[in-house]
Write a protein that binds this ligand. Structure first.
Ligand SMILES: Nc1ncnc2c1ncn2[C@@H]1O[C@H](COP(=O)(O)OP(=O)(O)OP(=O)(O)O)[C@@H](O)[C@H]1O
Ligand SMILES: O=C(O)c1ccc[n+]([C@@H]2O[C@H](COP(=O)([O-])O)[C@@H](O)[C@H]2O)c1
Length: 205
C-alpha cells in the first residue's frame, strides 16, 4: 500500500525506508547518482528522493530555473527506486528542518533518512535550526573528495559524537531512533556542479 500526499505528489510505500538527498542540482551529475546508489545499498533504503531545492538559503547566487534542473536531474538519474521531486517548492519550504517536519507529518509511516555529502556535514551547524535536523531523522553522510576529515572535525560531528554508528551497521541506520548518523567511506567521485559550471557544461542559470 502507498503512503501518498496531494501536496508534494510523493507516493511512497507504507513503512518504507526513504533517503532524502537535498540539493541545488545546478546541474545534477554522476557524483549525485553515485552516492544515491551507494546510499540505497549501504543504508538498505527502499527509495531515495532527490529534493531539488528552490535555492540553498546559504548560497548568494540563485540556481538555474527549477524546471531545467529537474529535467537535467531526471536525465542523470534513471533508476526505478529514485524519485526526482520538487516537493520543497510545492511545500513552500527551503530550510531542511522545516521540510523534514512537513514531510514527516505528511508521511507518518515512512522512515526518512537525510542524506548528504561530507562537505555539508562540515557546515551543517550553520543551517537553520540544525539540531532539529539531527533530532528528527537519522543522517547518512557520504565521503566526498577533500572532506574526509569532516566526520572527525566538524562541529556537528563533535556535538553528536555519541550518536554516531559505525559503517558496519550502516544498514540499520533507518531503524535507529534519532539522533543517529553514519559516515560512509564509499569510493569517491571527484565531480561537482561548480566544476561543470566553470567549464561551461551547464548553460542554464
Ligand atoms: N561528488 C560528490 N560526492 C559526494 N557527495 C556529493 C558529490 N556531489 C554532490 N554531493 C552531495 O550531494 C548533495 C547535493 O549537492 P549539490 O547539488 O550542491 O552539488 P555540488 O556538486 O556540491 O554543487 P556545487 O559545486 O555547486 O556546490 C550535497 O549533500 C553534496 O554534498
Ligand atoms: O536549512 C538550511 O538552513 C540549509 C542550509 C544550506 C543547505 N541546505 C540544504 O542542503 C541541501 C544541499 O544544498 P546544496 O546547495 O549544497 O546542494 C539542500 O537541500 C539545501 O536546501 C539547508
Amino acid at each position: 500500500m502507498a503512503d501518498s500526499d496531494p501536496i508534494t505528489g510523493l507516493s511512497l510505500p507504507r513503512g518504507a525506508r526513504v533517503g532524502l538527498l537535498g540539493g541545488s542540482f545546478n546541474p545534477a551529475h554522476e557524483g549525485h547518482a553515485h552516492i544515491t546508489r551507494e546510499a540505497l545499498k549501504r543504508f538498505g533504503l527502499d527509495r531515495v528522493v532527490w529534493l531539488v531545492s528552490p535555492g540553498n538559503p546559504l548560497k548568494a547566487r540563485g540556481p538555474a530555473p527549477l524546471e531545467e534542473r529537474m529535467a537535467a536531474a531526471r536525465r542523470v538519474m534513471r533508476h526505478p527506486r529514485v524519485i526526482v521531486s520538487d516537493a520543497e517548492t510545492r511545500l513552500g519550504t527551503r530550510h531542511t528542518a522545516q521540510t523534514l517536519e512537513r514531510l514527516r507529518g505528511l508521511h507518518p509511516s515512512v522512515r526518512f533518512v537525510w542524506l548528504m555529502g561530507a562537505d555539508n556535514l562540515r557546515q551543517l551547524h550553520r543551517w537553520e535550526n540544525w539540531r532539529s535536523i539531527m533530532d528528527q531523522v537519522p543522517v547518512g553522510v557520504l565521503a566526498r573528495p577533500g572532506d574526509r576529515m569532516s566526520a572527525q572535525t566538524s562541529v556537528a560531528s563533535r556535538v553528536y559524537t555519541s550518536a554516531r554508528i559505525g559503517q558496519a551497521a550502516s544498514h540499520l541506520l533507518p531503524l535507529i531512533a534519532s539522533p543517529a548518523w553514519c559516515f560512509l567511506n564509499v569510493p569517491m567521485m571527484d565531480v561537482s556542479s561548480s566544476a561543470i559550471r566553470a567549464t561551461g557544461g551547464w548553460t542554464a542559470g
